[in-house]
Design a protein around this ligand. Structure first.
Ligand SMILES: NC(=O)c1ccc[n+]([C@@H]2O[C@H](COP(=O)([O-])OP(=O)(O)OC[C@H]3O[C@@H](n4cnc5c(N)ncnc54)[C@H](O)[C@@H]3O)[C@@H](O)[C@H]2O)c1
Ligand SMILES: O=c1ccn([C@@H]2O[C@H](COP(=O)(O)OP(=O)(O)O[C@H]3O[C@H](CO)[C@@H](O)[C@H](O)[C@H]3O)[C@@H](O)[C@H]2O)c(=O)[nH]1
Length: 436
């Protein structure tokens, strides 16, 4: 099939590459000429495990193309995916301007039947709006379908190639047939394609993200209670997660959820609820808990340094909002850096993949280390913000030797508490007993 993907970011590039990998001819369109240039020349623009190999193969086999020209890019396509940003607007609701501007442009240039697919995360009623905007300018037949994306960064290729389910919102038989055919290679193992109406598909995406965020905030509150009552959140997590009805995943406490999705999508669902005069109480609490959780380690650090961080120097391991990505959008590490610097401390940071993005954002606000151990030099303590595998089994002697005093504040519960005690560290984590 001939496919176009408008917006070549994390979702668009993965979507385009994976559709090319299943034999389709794909054109990706982006307004960022620099990005399109790099991609056309074989240079991948995001760090996503497994993507580069597929990208290179499909580029070489001429199934993957890049352009900045929308008209040229969609001319021959049967299906046009919109993988455009839907950032929070000023009031927290999803900003649909990227989607609606492209819809208007499409309306002016379409000359034959196309299936236009909202892959971006968009509020209920957006497919209807896109339909209306395109229809205002276009005389030919077209269908607008909602096909929310559930991939996670860091495992995006696997998630796209083997999705738990594919959700397709359309009431058009013609579009349903096209979409069913396109997604058939991805559901061979019996994972379902769930056809539904557009609004239900749109709400499914927000409900899924909000539920997962709720699980995390819930466990973060249990972690606080564990510390107050002397229980161990690792044990409680295992005990709770072994119940099939609850499940083991997304129960890891830490320094809050970040990224480009959970924070904005929970907020957008609360806003959508307000628009229909509904106060979504649980989600308001989920957001409050997460706001607090991002700075969970700060009071502990303050207490350890007698409430005086002026002149103190910290090493920070991990900046990306989660491991295996270079994405730093809404990363809890950034909130911690702000708090430490505001209290008069200095910070040297290290992340295996996110350094370029952080340097672009923070400039000289922090110092940058080339290596995880170099980062520790002259630091009063080590703070861990992201659970990259390389941080899981470090050389503790090296850490001890480099830090001014052996203190670790771990926002992702990487190490065994009793082992840290044996090694003589002051070690504080989330929902477990601190050791001196
Ligand atoms: N990142 C994820 O893990 C993820 C997963 C599922 C769903 N989503 C949703 O998918 C959507 C896209 O997210 P993303 O993370 O890929 O965003 P992104 O910012 O990485 O990519 C968006 C791309 O769109 C381009 N763009 C902006 N305006 C354009 C225009 N007029 N024409 C062509 N290109 C244009 C930008 O240059 C950018 O490359 C959002 O709605 C997001 O909520 C994201
Ligand atoms: O038990 C857990 C699991 C995750 N997190 C945090 O939650 C955030 C989000 O993690 P994750 O969901 O793995 O990453 P995303 O790439 O943001 O993916 C989410 O957001 C995407 C965009 O909508 C959806 O497509 C995915 O299904 C959904 O998992 C990160 O900060 C994690 O550190 C925890 O604190 N505890």
């Amino acid at each position: 099939m001939k496919i176009s993907v408008v917006g070549t970011g994390y979702v668009g590039l993965v979507t385009g590459t994976c559709f090319a990998e299943t034999g389709n001819n794909v054109t990706c369109i982006d307004i960022d000429a620099n990005k399109v240039n790099k991609l056309s020349n074989g240079q991948i623009t995001i760090y996503e495990p497994g993507l580069e190999k597929l990208f290179e193969r499909n580029l070489k086999e001429d199934r993957l193309h890049f352009t900045t020209n929308l008209e040229e890019g969609v001319k021959d396509a049967e299906v046009i995916f919109l993988a455009l940003p839907t950032p929070p607007g000023e009031d927290g609701s999803a900003d649909l301007s990227y989607i609606l501007n492209v819809a208007e442009h499409l309306g002016k240039i379409l000359t034959s039947y196309k299936v236009i697919v909202d892959k971006s995360t968009v509020p209920v009623g957006t497919a209807e709006k896109v339909q209306e905007v395109i229809g205002r300018y276009c005389n030919c037949a077209f269908d607008v379908v909602s096909n929310p994306e559930f991939l996670r960064e860091g495992v995006a290729v696997d998630d796209f190639m083997k999705p738990d389910r594919v959700v397709i919102g359309t009431r058009s038989e013609r579009a349903r047939k096209v979409m069913g055919e396109l997604f058939a290679p991805f559901v061979r193992q019996g994972n379902p394609i769930l056809f539904m109406d557009e609004k239900s598909a749109e709400l499914t995406k927000y409900a899924a993200n909000s539920f997962l965020a709720t699980k995390i905030s819930f466990m973060n509150e249990i972690a606080i209670l564990c510390e107050k009552l002397g229980a161990d959140v690792d044990m409680v997590r295992r005990g709770v997660g072994s119940d099939d009805r609850i499940g083991k995943r997304f129960l890891f406490p830490g320094i809050g959820y970040g990224g480009s999705c959970f924070p904005k999508d929970v907020q957008a669902l609360v806003k959508s609820s307000e628009e229909v005069a509904y106060d979504f109480k649980i989600l308001n609490a989920v957001m409050d808990v997460n706001e607090r959780q991002k700075l969970f380690l700060i009071p502990k650090i303050n207490a350890w340094f007698n409430n005086d961080l002026k002149g103190k120097h910290f090493a920070m391991w991990g900046l990306a909002f989660k491991p295996n990505t270079d994405d730093i959008r809404e990363a809890p590490a950034l909130y911690m850096i702000d708090a430490l610097v505001a209290a008069g401390a200095t910070v040297t940071v290290f992340d295996p993949e996110a350094m370029t993005n952080v340097e672009r954002l923070l400039g000289s606000k922090v110092k940058y280390a080339q290596h995880q151990y170099e980062c520790l030099e002259n630091a009063d303590a080590l703070i861990i913000a992201t659970e990259w595998s390389v941080f899981r089994t470090p050389d503790f002697n090296k850490i001890k030797g480099a830090l001014k005093q052996p203190a670790i504040f771990d926002g992702r519960n990487l190490f065994d508490v009793s082992r840290m005690q044996e090694l003589g560290f002051h070690y504080e984590s989330v929902g477990r007993t601190a050791v001196q």
